[in-house]
Design a protein around this ligand. Structure first.
Ligand code: GDP
Length: 289
């Protein structure tokens, strides 16, 4: 199944972001800590590097991610020039309070009334950008919801004296590998209308069986030897007594169950990609690894 999702307003937003990149001092990039690489829009990362703008990379939803993998991702990003990376949970005020100081430290010559620190916030849909914006500005400026793509226009906000923050719409890009699109669908970066739950759940199940068998056993009971993704969905249907009216296991409902429980964090802290996997098969381009 091919997931293809690139609404027209995103192409317009890309053009606007390219122009804005020239007028800012720092990019704040919000990533999903479970998929830091897949949730990085390569188009904007390329624009940022071309424009030689430093980036504060925020690995958000760290409460859902595997802490060990998050540690490795932070190490990876913090070794890059002009990049500072931290993990956080945008719902925690204490985590948000750190951000202005970190931004200020990255661009020491700016941050006064005469020379404000001009920042642009980027992030694909559903990474928690609105939650972060509302927390940073201390007021409700952006609608929050667990469905992608709400903000459609750039907005400029002032963040105390000497700092401005340009908000941008959550944007995806066109040429995306299947792996990346499945990871984005699993974490809800791509809207439900673009895929079948069963396809995405099969991808997720395969990954979880290989990487997180202990968490699955804790949640759904012991797995059969050599259990694969489909076997996991069958096991879920059995354990949760999901049967079709016509008879047989209801794999479609098992798929939805697995996706819901992964997305709500009920399965435990899980990351869907590792630094090592990214290095082995860079999903986009080597220069963005
Ligand atoms: P946006 O589309 O990037 O603006 O994302 P939103 O701010 O609307 O957030 C999408 C969903 O993720 C909402 O249900 C938020 O409550 C939730 N969310 C945002 N940040 C976090 C976080 O750090 N941890 C958890 N568990 N949920 C978060």
């Amino acid at each position: 199944m091919a997931i293809n999702w690139y609404p027209g307003h995103m192409a317009i937003a890309r053009k606007a972001a390219a122009e804005s990149m020239r007028k800012i001092d720092l990019v704040i990039e919000v990533l999903d800590a479970r998929i830091p690489h897949a949730s990085c829009n390569p188009m904007f990362e390329a624009l940022r590097r071309q424009g030689q703008r430093p980036a504060l990379k925020l690995l958000n939803k760290a409460d859902f991610a595997d802490p060990e993998e998050t540690r490795r991702w932070l190490q990876h990003y913090n070794a890059q020039p002009d990049v500072k990376a931290i993990s956080l949970c945008a719902k925690r005020p204490k985590d948000i309070q750190r951000i202005p100081g970190l931004c200020q430290a990255m661009v020491p010559g700016r941050g006064t009334r005469l020379k404000p620190l001009r920042m642009m916030i980027l992030g694909i849909p559903n990474v928690g950008k609105s939650t972060l914006m509302n927390g940073l500005l201390g007021r409700h400026v952006a609608p929050v919801g667990d469905e992608p793509a709400i903000t459609k226009h750039q907005m400029l906000h002032s963040l105390g004296t000497g700092m401005t923050l340009m908000d941008t719409p959550g944007m995806l890009w066109k040429a995306m590998t299947q792996d990346v699109s499945y990871r984005l669908a699993a974490t809800h970066g791509i809207g439900r209308a673009a895929y079948e739950d069963e396809d995405v759940a099969a991808y997720l199940a395969d990954y979880l069986v290989r990487q997180y068998p202990a968490l699955l056993t804790k949640r759904f009971g012991p797995l059969a030897d050599n259990c694969d993704g489909h076997g996991l969905l069958e096991a879920i249907a059995q354990v949760r007594c999901l049967a079709r009216k016509a008879g047989g296991l209801d794999i479609a409902r098992a798929a939805t169950t697995l996706l819901n429980e992964f997305r709500s964090g009920a399965l435990g802290p899980i990351s869907l990609e590792t630094v090592e996997q990214m290095r082995l098969r860079s999903p986009y381009r080597d220069d963005l690894a």
